[in-house]
Design a protein around this ligand. Structure first.
Ligand code: GCB
Length: 608
């Protein structure tokens, strides 16, 4: 039978929005082999490598042949990992890095078999090369040929390599660049470290000829017992796919249509919904004729109603915090399960029920662990200030990034919010850009709350209120404002007189507030310039007082959990390349403001 299958091997991943998921969902639930480990690498600041065809890995065969590069004897870099933290001379490196490694084609038995039934198929099936993230642009060459390219440093991509692998000694080479450009997302500057490299897992994934490529299993937005399941096969065939949730006694067959897609909705009895207080997850399997993918999925409703956010029908105040995907002690990108555990356990200690993953999609380990721990997530794409809203290519990139983020994580009930932008100014171009993102996002997932963070709420002398004038906000489910009272903005009135009139009728989250302090530094609690823990603590107390006068306040998210590295921050003694707004220092020490926030969250949990 002739099957119309997506032949990813031939396709170069571009920035166009794809209708089908750009990669298989739940890659960790498949049969895979990791290609992590030490890779050979060299820098190429002047971009000469492509011209010299270094991806062909040629060696001189005669006296006439001479090559000014070699992967033999080159630097060795850990994958996954950013390069900046691996050698002191790469700390500030922004440019091209060539990565390479050799590998033998895995035998069927070498695939890590998550669900044993699939092993037998690997011999006759298809193989994909999957990258969790490469920062920021990359070209992938296999055995001397270009097979894929990708732009965007925080989302996965895959390419089919069936038929392209030799039994022995395949040569995989990546041309990676983290050079900042005006049309990129983020663009020319941003307040975090521009880590470059193959920053997440690299995998060879084995699937049968026809496999369940994508599925979306979720609770209805409003109804407490209605589950919708959509599936998509890798080929355009009519076949049966079965969704099972044994604990709920669910076994639902779906017949796919001629495009390989199908869906079903069904009611369940005695569903225990996931919530931050009780993060119940169910074993779910999705089986095609020749494959079976399993994972844990939770079910919950989240809606914005008037000025409140309701989780499972109950108003929930978002006690949030933000962190970057960075382990400050290691001064490098976080990428592992252990890293996720470090970051999230420190967030949990603060008493949060939500984390804003700043400012880009973080690795899947973090998202999955947060879900197990009962932490709601706000995930966003790095549309962070300075984005070129007039450039169509940039808009297409943002749409692709948003789709990739949503396709990867839409089965994670912990994700309550998709964030489309951070700190943008009103303009027709900005509005059209953000509108296109909302449209893209809602067409892939209409069950989440769409949010953006703004920074243009100001104290209006004539009314004596904080106001914000941005018509775009009515398109959002939740409005968020970053406001640094006491840090970038002196107090115009006493905090107890600071009344807000922003986004009335909609839920408002204060998505950032805070100020810088050096751990251990004591000093005036009146002077921001003391960089003291005392001033930061006072600033927190003042802001918490102000929050009492925000009628539609639905949550707060202090900026930020840990001090983080940023080239933006060059005060020599107080910052030295670190943003010091952390509640916790770069060495993991809790500052005074941490305790204030912890106590405030505890009192909110007690309903005070
Ligand atoms: C902001 C940005 C955040 C910065 C922060 C700061 O408004 O959204 O990325 O790091 O301010 O520290 O100034």
């Amino acid at each position: 039978m002739f099957l119309k299958c997506m032949l990813a091997a031939a396709a170069i991943v571009t920035s166009a929005v794809m209708e089908a998921a750009p990669f298989m969902t739940n890659v960790y639930g498949r049969d895979y082999v990791l290609l992590n480990g030490k890779w050979s690498a060299f820098t190429d600041l002047y971009d000469q490598g492509r011209k010299m065809e270094v991806y062909k890995n040629r060696k001189p065969q005669s006296n006439e042949e001479f090559y000014e590069y070699s992967f033999d004897g080159a630097m060795r870099l850990d994958v996954p990992g950013d390069w900046n933290s691996q050698y002191p001379e790469l700390k500030y490196y922004e440019g091209t890095m060539w990565y390479a490694r050799h590998f033998d084609a895995p035998t069927p038995n070498s695939f890590r078999n998550q669900d044993s039934e699939a092993a037998a198929i690997t011999a006759t099936g298809r193989t994909f090369l999957y990258f969790g993230a490469v920062s920021y642009r990359c070209m992938v060459y296999l055995n001397g040929e270009l097979i894929a390219s990708h732009e965007g440093g925080f989302t996965p991509f895959q390419v089919e390599v069936t038929g392209l692998l030799k039994d022995k000694d395949n040569f995989l080479c990546l041309e990676v660049s983290n050079r900042r450009t005006p049309d990129a997302i983020p663009a020319m500057n941003f307040d975090w470290w521009n880590y470059g490299g193959i920053t997440r897992d690299v995998m060879l994934v084995s699937v049968p000829q026809v496999f369940v490529e994508d599925y979306f299993i979720r609770l209805d937005k409003n109804e407490p017992d209605l589950i919708h399941a959509s599936v998509k096969l890798s080929c355009e065939v009519e076949r049966e796919v079965v969704v099972e949730i044994p604990e709920l006694k669910v076994r639902q067959a779906i017949m796919t249509d001629a495009s390989g897609c199908g869906e079903v909705s069904f009611r369940v009895k005695k569903l225990k919904r996931w919530s931050p207080d009780a993060p119940k997850l169910y074993d779910v399997s999705v089986s095609g004729e020749t494959d079976r993918v399993c994972e844990k999925i939770g079910f919950r409703n989240i809606v914005a109603e008037g000025e409140r956010i309701l989780v499972n029908g109950e108003p929930v105040f978002m006690r949030s915090v933000s962190f970057h995907e960075e382990i400050p002690q290691r001064m490098g990108r976080a990428f592992s399960q252990a890293d996720a555990s470090m970051l999230l356990s420190e967030a949990a200690a603060l008493g949060v029920n939500m984390v804003r993953l700043a400012h880009y999609p973080q690795n899947e380990y973090t998202v999955r662990l947060a879900e197990q721990m009962g932490i709601l997530l706000w995930e966003e794409i790095p549309v962070w200030q300075g984005i070129n809203f007039t450039d169509e290519g940039t808009r297409a990139k943002a749409q692709t990034m948003l789709s990739e983020m949503i396709y990867r994580d839409r089965n994670r009930c912990a994700v309550g919010y998709w964030g489309v932008a951070n700190e943008t100014k009103p303009s027709a171009e900005r509005n059209a850009f953000l509108d296109s993102l909302l449209h893209t996002g809602r067409s892939i997932d209409a069950t989440r709350l769409y949010v953006a963070a703004f920074d243009l709420a100001y104290f209006e002398k004539s009314t004596g209120h904080f106001e914000m004038h941005d018509d775009f906000i009515s398109n959002l489910d939740v409005v968020a404002v970053n406001k640094y009272m006491g840090w970038y903005h002196p107090w115009p009135v006493n905090p107890s007189d600071a009344v807000w009139d922003v986004a009335a009728g909609q839920p408002l989250i204060i998505s950032e507030f805070g100020g810088e302090a050096l751990y251990g530094q004591s000093g005036s609690d009146e002077m921001a310039g003391s960089w003291s823990e005392d001033y930061q603590a006072r600033l927190y107390r003042d802001n918490l007082e102000m929050f009492r006068h925000i009628p539609n306040l639905a949550g707060v998210s202090p900026w930020v959990l840990f001090d983080f590295r940023s080239p933006y921050r060059f005060h020599p003694s107080n910052q030295d390349g670190w943003n010091r707004k952390g509640l916790v220092s770069d060495r993991g020490q809790r500052k005074k403001a941490w305790y204030i926030m912890r106590d405030w969250y505890a009192s909110i949990s007690r309903g005070e």
